[in-house]
Design a protein around this ligand. Structure first.
Ligand SMILES: [Zn+2]
Length: 381
């Protein structure tokens, strides 16, 4: 039995010292102390990223075990304990191949963050909102193809444009297989959003990005999610994809319970500035922002730990709320009943951070998969 101590975050950012006992990858006991031990690190439930293209020089579309492992290990260093490998718009055959290879890889844990499954971002998206997705591989929704992918049980989330022909049919099939059906890369209007929810769409991918904006007469997906509670959404928390004022407005008007943080991280994540490939397109990373040649944003080089820190500084939300957006809510959206909280019976997925939000160590299923060697005098876990 492994025992660790740390300070967990309660509502209003009150800290509480706890001792967590771990056995067989589970939290079997959690004891709270009456007195706070201030020198212990802050411990959060492991961060869960619904949208990861790559990191550490690797991309999901590389399709090799080595690439998948590099991504999983890179993001674990920044507090991510579970993630969805996210495909870019590619040919149906190539996408099928990537799904199968990632599935085979994930059936045996190889290190770093847990690979929960695939998030298929495209190819059923609207060409006018392709952003950094490859135009020539975009196709109309195909229910047969979608069903083949969903039947693997490994595709956990799909982003598509609900206004395209047969998108509703795809959503109905997705819902049957328990896939999180997300609106994204879309020209959807308020009315399209209303229609889509009746067929099983329940989430919006990188709200604000690759969709119509929030006009006062044409309110689009942003107006829909503010106006009623049928959708949840995720946000890229780098402070660049969405203006901090808009982030604040969204959190206030939608509420903490329906939002998640994502990275939309690409290959260049953790590599620094330079020129990189993204799904066959050239992107330039400069000052932490990744762009195509035409200047449009192309994914991000964000990490979940950074997203949690950003959200607090940019919008003033508490660490408790940030942890809800980065762990509790994505766990709930993926139907993971034993992740997203520090509680008895839950998986021992945790991340310890210092007061600046830097990751000290990351634990996946009770094993420390990353320990920050740069932090002096840090006690061993
Ligand atoms: Zn993406």
């Amino acid at each position: 039995m492994l025992r660790i101590q740390g300070n967990r975050v309660l509502e209003n950012d009150r800290l509480e010292t706890i001792e967590v006992s771990i056995q067989d990858g589970k939290i079997v006991n959690l004891r709270a102390y009456r007195d706070l031990q201030v020198d212990l690190p802050t411990v959060l439930p492991g961060l869960i990223d619904l949208h990861v293209h790559g990191g550490g020089g690797a991309d999901t579309m590389d399709g090799t075990d080595r690439a998948f492992e590099t991504i999983a290990r890179t993001h674990a260093r920044y507090g991510t304990t579970s993630l969805l490998l996210t495909t870019m718009t590619e040919t149906i055959d190539r996408t099928s191949e990537i799904i199968d290879r990632a599935h085979a890889y994930a059936s045996q844990y190889a290190g770093g963050a847990n690979v929960l499954g695939i998030h298929a971002e495209g190819p059923f998206i609207h060409p006018n909102k392709a952003a950094a997705q490859r135009m020539d591989a975009i196709v109309d929704p195909d229910p047969d193809v979608a069903e083949r992918w969903f039947r693997t049980g490994f595709v956990k989330m799909m982003t598509l444009a609900p206004e395209l022909p047969l998108a509703h049919e795809v959503a109905v099939i997705g819902k049957k297989y328990g896939v999180l059906m997300a609106v994204g890369h879309t020209t959807a209007s308020y009315e399209d959003m209303e229609a889509a929810r009746n067929f099983g769409f329940s989430h919006i991918t990188h709200l604000c990005n690759a969709m119509n904006g929030f006009g006062h007469r044409e309110v689009g997906p942003i107006g829909h999610i503010i106006d009623n509670e049928s959708y949840t959404a995720d946000l890229i928390g780098d402070g660049r994809h969405i203006h901090p004022a808009m982030l604040k407005a969204l959190i206030r008007s939608i509420g903490i319970e329906r939002l998640s943080l994502i990275t939309d991280a690409i290959r260049a994540t953790d590599l620094g500035d330079g020129e990189y490939d993204l799904g066959g397109q050239r992107v330039t990373v400069k000052d932490g922002v990744s762009r195509l040649k035409n200047g449009s944003f192309a994914g991000s080089v964000l990490t979940m730990a950074k997203a949690v820190a950003n959200l607090q500084t940019l919008t003033g939300v508490s660490l408790y709320d940030a942890q809800t957006l980065a762990s509790t809510n994505p766990a709930r959206r993926l139907g993971l009943a034993h992740k997203g909280r520090l509680m008895e019976g839950f998986d021992a997925d945790m991340v310890a951070i210092d007061p600046r939000g830097e990751v000290l160590w990351t634990m996946v299923d009770g094993s420390v998969v990353y320990q920050n060697q740069g932090v002096a005098n840090e006690r061993e876990v």
